[in-house]
Design a protein around this ligand. Structure first.
Ligand SMILES: [Zn+2]
Ligand SMILES: [Zn+2]
Length: 287
């Protein structure tokens, strides 16, 4: 096992909460499944640290997943979206409409100006802009969301932003997810992965991207990497066979997420090949 000083706890010993007393950085997987999972929820990640929290992605199943944890999604204050697939944004309309018309609380989104236009104009607008008129005009993104702009960092090998949310430090870097033919992050549609508190990477959705992992691992001396994984090669995600090409050092701290419902068939292969393992739903990864 790699992973430095990380430890794992399950939900059985504790109550689900958006805070912790320890002040430790905790990653809690609302789900670990693929876009089409029926057995796990989709890979949406809750970060908790002291009194601060941040939900990374909010897919179609996310609101139901919170309900089943005994906590309404309207209690989540802070969101960050990695890209526009429905397993990452499909729950946002519900969050926005509940906030505006039911709880009267505006949630906050960490989002770059570029991606805000993409998210609103290409995905959310149809379901949100036309519910009422505001002084003769349709509604806009800012009628539903408070916005925090991450700051662009110039000295990185690819487009990278940084933001501080209370005690949580987030670095967002562009990734190579779609289309399946793109050669690099520049030729890909907008998507990002994260480095949290300069020690944990969450790739969200990406194709195999050696440069991303090796570069940022060197830069930050990562303690753990949570990487998306599919069990076949091809399409828009990194496959188990491709990820197997990383060094033993990297694999020993790499947990796989965003996986298919047939994961039991691959658990032996995953451990035999030296990966840290599968990320598990409803587990706390504590740093
Ligand atoms: Zn996805
Ligand atoms: Zn995706």
């Amino acid at each position: 096992m790699g992973g430095g000083f990380m430890r794992i706890e399950t939900l059985e010993n504790r109550k689900f909460s958006l805070k912790n007393d320890s002040g430790d950085l905790e990653l809690f997987f609302i789900g670990v499944g693929s876009a089409f999972t029926k057995r796990n929820c989709q890979t949406n990640l809750l970060i908790v640290k002291g009194n601060d929290h941040l939900l990374i992605d909010c897919g179609t199943k996310c609101s139901q997943a919170f309900y089943e944890l005994g906590y309404p999604i309207t209690g989540v204050d802070n969101f960050l979206i990695t890209h526009s697939h429905a397993d990452h944004i499909g729950g946002l309309e519900e969050v926005a409409l509940l906030g505006k018309y039911m709880t009267k609380r505006k949630p906050t989104m960490i989002i770059s100006e570029t991606y805000q236009h993409v998210l609103w104009d290409m995905s959310l607008r149809g379901g949100q802009a036309y519910n009422e008129e505001n002084a003769g005009d349709i509604l806009g993104f800012n009628d539903f969301w408070n916005v925090i702009r991450p700051v662009w960092l110039g000295n990185f090998p690819r487009e990278t932003f940084r933001v501080q949310l209370g005690s949580i430090d987030i670095i967002m870097m562009r990734t190579k997810h779609i289309p399946d033919s793109s050669h690099d992050w520049q030729s890909s549609f907008w998507s990002c992965g994260l480095v949290i508190d300069e020690k944990v990477m969450f790739t969200s959705d990406t194709r195999f991207d050696r440069d991303l992992i090796e570069n940022y691992n060197m830069q930050f001396k990562l303690e753990a990497i949570f990487h998306d994984c599919q069990f076949f090669t091809g399409g828009v995600h990194a496959s188990l066979d491709e990820l197997n090409d990383f060094s033993p050092e990297i694999k020993s701290k790499m947990y796989l997420s965003h996986y298919g419902d047939n994961w039991e068939d691959f658990e032996d292969k995953i451990s035999a090949n030296g990966f840290a393992g599968l990320a598990r739903q409803h587990q706390y990864y504590i740093f």
